[in-house]
Design a protein. Sequence first.
Length: 217
Amino acid sequence: MIDKLVHAAVDTIPGVEGGGISRTEQGTVRSSHATAGDFHELDELQSRLEEGPCITAADDPPPSGIVLAQDLAGDDAHRWPRFAPAAVERGFRSIMSVGLSVAGTRRSALNLYAGAPGVFDASAQLTAGLFGLQAAMLLHGADHAARLGHALETRDLIGQAKGILMERFTVDDDEAFRLLVTSSQDTNMKLVDVARWLTKEANARAGASSGPASQTV
């Protein structure tokens, strides 16, 4: 869906030649959903140089949430002195980065690139902002689904581990959980990692005890 949204933004806004999503986490920018390799490279270049519109949109966004570079070969060149000439050399004079508000530590931007200067008028900025809102909602949904999936996996592993301990030591649910917590503290392992190890160990035991079926002749 996000791929389709980025392509729709590129197709809808006049003069835009391509775009992508950049996500900033722990000081590193990751490029995704780029409409072509050139735009992925430009997003990654901003990460390596630690400057550019998408970095500004993530680290120091204006109130509008939109960072606009109308001419990287002109008035905007001084804002990103290393990135601007590199982008111009690759044939891009205008960039618009729309900051995306996404829950969690990730900071993101929808980046749109144009070869000509002065492409992004007020209408283009409004349209890009609307696409950015939709992208933020999709990214938030993806992040939420990932967190939910991890939480469900953790719950299932801990539930399986408690069941193993309850059967093995004839204890109730609360005591089984206490044993897991104690093991986690004693081994300095995360609770879910202890549960994962115990589950794998029990499955390995079950497999070994069943063994190959004996054949009679």
